[in-house]
Design a protein around this ligand. Structure first.
Ligand code: GLA
Length: 384
């Protein structure tokens, strides 16, 4: 944070008055369950986005991204619509969403830094929305519940960017707890409990380097499939509001009421909700191997049922089965590219990652980046 404050001061000639930070996140289990009001096991990571800000008079805002040196300027009266593929959308969108709630953000100079890999499935956009939002919170005395801040970020994605995503990314960035996973319920929108990662095991993130851009992906189509499946199932089972309410048995009994595609999409979501709850039970019983098996099952269901994997992601997970030291691996996040996560014995984590990297390079010619991830705390902000 000191470097960001120094860079900001050198650029604008005066120091920032507030700073905020928001981490990226990993979806551990519970793929595409959030917008079906289901369960997710996730965590915040130590990689984060930092945002420094100083309010200024007038309507003109300036922001510099110190990561790549790019700059954006905009007028507060001219931010109603997003500019295609521009990072400033994630800041302007927050201002627009806050206005809908009757909250005004004044003009500012800002600077940011980030260590969250971009377009990888670690929620770099949610980290930016949350960091910017939390900086606005301090600078303009905004009072909102933490879950509402997550809804503001989700609103940016849903309304400003046109991605019909759920609450998982912003929620995990805000509610993450150091060294623990969080079990969240996206019907009641709360953290049900924290679940420590078993001692002696680490999460290795291996990036397939296939950029995933969910805005242009089939993400929204998947969501529609889930909703039409839930709608048809609700005609058979009146208590069903979303796929979260459906059991595996009910789903298989009602198979004929769904198209084959709807059935597979629903099977993924219902299976994922089941796996999340099973994971918590297995971890309570200290069954780390069983926990890891669920990661492989989750990936297989993504590949076959939800079809949000890619050949590169599949190959990374295949390698995980042959390189010693790994208990489970799967794609994490929206899919369609981006990262895989691997549950490994901490002692051999570095060696494991290098071996997977080498195998991946041999087959694809791609240099996969890896991170041995530490689980971090959720977003914070403060006045300077
Ligand atoms: C993306 C979305 C989340 C969630 C995941 C899949 O990260 O932004 O809301 O749906 O995909 O679980």
């Amino acid at each position: 944070m000191e470097k960001l404050i120094r860079d900001f001061t050198a650029l604008y000639g005066t120091a920032p008055t507030v700073i905020a930070r928001a981490p990226g996140r990993l979806e551990i289990l519970g793929n595409h369950t959030d917008y079906n009001q289901g369960f997710v096991l996730s965590c915040a990571v130590e990689q984060d986005t930092r945002f420094a800000l100083r309010p200024v008079e007038g309507k003109h805002c300036r922001v510099k991204d110190f990561r790549d040196g790019s700059r954006r300027e905009f007028d507060l009266d001219d931010i109603a619509t997003a500019i295609p593929k521009d990072w400033s959308n994630y800041i302007k969108g927050v201002i627009v969403e806050l206005r809908k709630r009757g909250i005004q953000v004044g003009a500012f100079d800002a600077g940011m830094e980030s260590s969250v890999p971009l377009s990888a499935g670690m929620s770099s956009s949610a980290a930016l929305e949350t960091a910017a939002g939390f900086a606005f919170r301090e600078a303009f005395a905004i009072s909102l519940d933490p879950a509402d801040w997550a809804r503001v970020g989700q609103g940016v994605e849903n309304n400003y960017m046109g991605l019909k995503s759920g609450l998982l990314d912003q929620f995990s960035s805000i509610f993450g707890k150091k060294n623990s996973m969080i079990l969240s319920d996206f019907r009641s929108v709360e953290v049900l409990r924290t679940v420590p990662l078993p001692a002696g095991y680490s999460i290795v993130v291996i990036n397939s380097m296939v950029k995933h851009n969910l805005v242009d992906s089939e993400y929204n189509v998947r969501r529609q499939d889930c909703e039409s499946a839930a709608e048809k199932l609700s005609q058979i089972y009146p208590d069903v509001k979303t796929l979260r309410d459906v059991s595996l048995e009910q789903l298989s009994d009602a198979r004929d009421a769904l198209t084959e595609r709807e059935f597979r999409r629903a099977l993924h979501v219902v299976g994922e909700c089941t796996r999340v709850l099973e994971a918590v039970r297995l971890l309570e019983a200290n069954d780390v191997r069983g926990f890891g098996r669920l990661w492989f099952e989750s990936h297989e269901s993504s590949r076959v049922n939800f079809e949000n994997s890619t050949p590169e992601l599949d190959y990374l997970v295949e390698l995980a089965k042959s390189v010693p030291g790994c208990l489970g691996a799967r794609l994490s996040g929206g899919g369609f590219g981006g990262i895989t996560i691997h549950l490994v014995e901490s002692a051999g984590a570095e060696e494991y990652a290098r071996r997977v990297q080498a195998g991946f390079r041999q087959k694809t010619g791609i240099d996969a980046e890896y991170i041995i991830c530490a689980i971090g705390d959720g977003a914070t902000s403060k006045k300077l």
